[in-house]
Design a protein around this ligand. Sequence first.
Ligand SMILES: *[C@@H]1O[C@H](CO)[C@@H](O)[C@H](O)[C@H]1NC(C)=O
Ligand SMILES: *[C@@H]1O[C@H](CO)[C@@H](O)[C@H](O)[C@H]1NC(C)=O
Ligand SMILES: *[C@@H]1O[C@H](CO)[C@@H](O)[C@H](O)[C@H]1NC(C)=O
Ligand SMILES: *[C@@H]1O[C@H](CO)[C@@H](O)[C@H](O)[C@H]1NC(C)=O
Length: 479
Amino acid sequence: MMFHRRKKEPNTNTLPLSTSPMPSRFRTSSLTTSFKSFLLVLSLLLNFYFLLILWAPYSNTLAPSSVVSRLTSTTRRHVLFAVASSSLSWPHRQSYVNIWYNKKSTRVLAFLDAPPRNSSDESPPVVISGDVSGFPYTLQGGLRSAIRVARVVKEAVDRNETDVRWFVFGDDDTVFFVENVVKTLSKYDHERWFYVGSNSESYEQNLMYSFEMAFGGGGFAISYSLGKVLARVLDSCLRRYGFLYGSDARIYSCVAELGVTLTHEPGFHQVDMRGNLFGVLAAHPLSPLCSLHHLDAAQPLFPDMNRTQALRHLIAATNVDPTRILQQTVCYDRSNSLTFSVSWGYAIQVFQGNVLLPDLLAAKKTFAPWRKIHSNFMFDTRDNPRDPCKRPFVFYLKSITSDKSGIWSSYSRYVEKKCSKSNPTLPMEITVFSRKLDLSIEEMKAPRRQCCNVLPSKNETISIHIRRCETDELISMEL
Ligand SMILES: *[C@@H]1O[C@H](CO)[C@@H](O)[C@H](O)[C@H]1NC(C)=O
Ligand SMILES: *[C@@H]1O[C@H](CO)[C@@H](O)[C@H](O)[C@H]1NC(C)=O
Ligand SMILES: *[C@@H]1O[C@H](CO)[C@@H](O)[C@H](O)[C@H]1NC(C)=O
Ligand SMILES: *[C@@H]1O[C@H](CO)[C@@H](O)[C@H](O)[C@H]1NC(C)=O
């Protein structure tokens, strides 16, 4: 079908209606006049048909609902989250889920092996998984529950829930950033077969499992049409792959047997790391943040807060401007020779002197690997200097205000270890002005980092203004 071609074609589209379903290759200047008028009539007819579909989506004469669904954009209600939990972990883990779950706007089902001891009214509905005792599990030292969790994919699909375009799977300690998951998935056609997610940050983990496997804790998505097929064939795969360790390896194997490969989305984070995640959060890839996992093994995301408080603080910032959360912007104060790296909604690092952009895009190794043997990472890293005088000054998010004209986020200085040498006179607070980062799908497919300016400080605060870069603008201290 061609009706999902809705892009405006500037300069070529002279029709009275702004949307044109005609592929541009039919619009060349060598066309004869009569053929042109034929096309004009045809275009008008198609436009009329197209409008009819939009206005009368449930009309009987336009039966194929797939035509309609491709034309509307994907929203929160099109995404069904299935959380794998257990009767043992649900009582204390449901509070994690409830941080990102919203009864009114998020569709979540929690799959458990047995009824839990307790479940709050604020928690998503609990579904009891089917019996899997008939499937083989032959890995010594592994956990049989992997079969049940893998089968959640089939059980979620087989419920025939209405209006689902994507199934998203995660653990009960996966924190999803729902708005960004929806936005990321809306880049893809749910009527084609897509398996979307991310592998581990650890090279050794990927080497052991697969570089093309979506790690389950980071969460992964399966399009509606792939889900339907996968649900039909999954049990046969579960019988064949009894020797594997986890549920994600079983899903990966079955998806691979269907001939489908992983669509890598770096916003999903398995977080096979421990300790202080500052280095990775301050250098997030240029994609929306979709999930974080294993936060029990990490320090609270903000200093002087407990885990829950810190996570709520980050999510509060996310709610103001979801796409911009953690997005890194770098600018330079030439007159004072300072480099500013803003990880929006989280932290600002201020370096003395000119730090080149590629060094700032690498993750500072503030964190530890999941296990000692997992010492290589899938992204660029830089050592975190031991000498406090060689570390940047760090400002953490304090508060955010917004109105129609923009968003002001303020960050306050945090001193972890004092440097005894004389410091540049930095204020205690930095304020960042930005506008909501409303990226279209086309912009998300060709992302570009934004730029910023350090405004001359009049009083005790520094102001940074985030904006689009100029066409030829380079992110560097020199002009
Ligand atoms: C459920 O039980 C756990 C452990 O006993 C407790 O920490 C939690 O607060 C309880 N949750 C609810 C909603 O009652
Ligand atoms: C879902 O739909 C299929 C096919 O129409 C049907 O066989 C199955 O019983 C339905 N499942 C539920 C839970 O309604
Ligand atoms: C975390 O801090 C909040 C706010 O101060 C408090 O209500 C909550 O009980 C704390 N949680 C834990 C686990 O200490
Ligand atoms: C500093 O200046 C900014 C902008 O001019 C203003 O919003 C802020 O209130 C001032 N801060 C103090 C401490 O005077």
